[in-house]
Design a protein around this ligand. Structure first.
Ligand code: CTP
Ligand code: ZN
Length: 155
């Protein structure tokens, strides 16, 4: 009696977006920043999946959803090595590595309570910089406060 099913594939989606190659530990954060808990369509989330490239990876598949550039920038900040795949009528119509933009407008809050963006009606603006350890950081255009990726608060 050795007819156990050892492979059950998560089903393909008909229309929507797949975010693949998320570092496992960031999978739930990506889910959270995209507000996917409120969505009414099918969503699949996998984490600690085998990956040749990353060792372990996370994947999120969202039916009926295509992300705008602002949402893609959010994904880039939380999952800088992810791949974004768009599916239309079961076919992969677009597949791209997500790239960090040079600047981030509006979507992130400045950590400095005295910053003008926290005290007046001024939208936030950050430049992406690489520190001497090769880590990506956000530098506020107004107060020059520097924030690490793990300190980011989305607005
Ligand atoms: N996918 C999906 N629904 C479809 C088509 C593809 O959910 N109708 C998912 C696949 O499960 C996969 C991703 O989209 O996670 C990319 O699809 P594809 O390019 O066909 O897969 P692979 O060749 O396995 O991609 P890679 O080698 O880059 O992981
Ligand atoms: Zn600031």
């Amino acid at each position: 009696m050795n007819n156990k099913r050892t492979e059950l594939q998560v089903s393909a989606i008909k229309n929507g977006t797949v975010i693949d190659h998320i570092a496992s530990e960031n999978t739930f954060r990506v889910f959270q920043i995209l507000n996917l808990e409120h969505i009414k369509e099918q969503v699949y989330l996998g984490t600690n999946l085998e990956s040749k490239k990353l060792g372990k990876k996370g994947i999120i598949k969202i039916s009926g959803k295509f992300f705008d550039p602002e949402e893609i920038n959010k994904i880039a900040l939380v999952a800088p090595h992810a791949t974004l795949i768009e599916i239309k009528d079961y076919e992969v119509t677009k597949k791209e590595k997500i790239n960090l933009p040079e600047s981030i407008d509006k979507i992130v809050k400045c950590m400095n309570p005295k910053c003008v963006t926290n005290n007046q009606d001024v939208p936030t603006k950050f430049k992406l910089i690489t520190d001497h350890h090769g880590k990506t950081k956000l530098s506020c255009h107004y107060c020059e406060k520097t924030m690490a990726q793990e300190d980011i608060w989305f607005l």
